[in-house]
Write a protein of this length. Structure first.
Length: 252
């Protein structure tokens, strides 16, 4: 694809790359109904009656995207999982789950996810489900909390949680990107030239860093955030230069 050709398929990939380069951390609300610890943590007694994935599908229906990711996530988590302490079920509990997920997202994407970081320098018993915030249905959070708190997570169950969170993050990116498209009077099905691509990606990064949570973000605020970013970050041109370089590399 030439430098001046139209493109749209690289947008999400580019956003991930830019987040890694800029050191942008995921700003997820640390909202948990089990603040200070996880319900039943350390129980690790017996076996649940249903497989976690089966319970998940009862709540949400069949999730093909989730199924497609599970094998890859299990492979990536396997070595970390095997090195962590287990309960009598052979499962890992809240501190180890937080560590495993934290390590997975750092290695995969360069993400620092709020709710998965250490608590005061230690991997305490706080619920890693807090990283989901309110971006998933309450019943889904309760399902994971119950499984983790009462049984711990096996490798497969850990992969189910990781893939569910990954889908949540991708949905967040797509929703925010759609709002930016609307602010720029573009449709998400449009093919974009280089100038429009840079404009949309710059606005996305601006709103990601200084804007509202995606649930409150509006098209009008996207345009305001472009101006706010320039005022708040005197070296914003350095970030734009990096972004433009990434766009050029993908388009060449």
């Amino acid at each position: 694809m030439s430098r001046n050709s139209e493109m749209k398929l690289f947008l999400v990939t580019l956003l991930v790359a830019v987040s890694m380069q800029l050191g942008v951390s995921r700003r997820m609300r640390d909202r948990s109904a089990v603040a200070g610890g996880l319900r039943g943590v350390g129980a690790g007694v017996g076996e649940p009656q249903k497989a976690l994935l089966a319970e998940l599908e009862e709540e949400l229906g069949h999730q093909k995207e989730l199924q497609d990711k599970l094998h890859a996530f299990e492979d990536e988590l396997k070595n970390t999982f095997e090195a962590l302490p287990k309960n009598e079920r052979g499962a890992i509990e809240a501190p180890s789950v937080r560590y495993a997920l934290h390590r997975l997202y750092v290695q995969r994407y360069g993400w620092q996810v709020r709710g998965l970081e250490t608590g005061g320098g230690a991997w305490d018993a706080s619920s890693p489900i807090a990283a989901m915030g309110d971006r998933v249905p309450a019943k889904l959070r309760e399902l994971f909390e119950d499984r983790l708190g009462n049984y711990g997570l096996t490798l497969h169950e850990l992969a189910v949680l990781a893939a569910t969170m990954d889908n949540m993050f991708v949905s967040d990116v797509q929703t925010r990107l759609g709002i930016v498209y609307n602010a720029r009077k573009k449709n998400t099905s449009d093919l974009l030239n280089d100038e429009d691509t840079r404009s949309i990606l710059n606005s996305y990064i601006h709103s990601f860093i200084v804007g509202s949570r995606v649930e409150q973000l509006t098209s009008a605020e996207v345009l305001q955030n472009d101006r706010r970013f320039a005022r708040l970050f005197p070296r914003h041109q350095d970030a734009h230069t990096l972004l433009n370089t990434l766009v050029d590399n993908e388009a060449s």
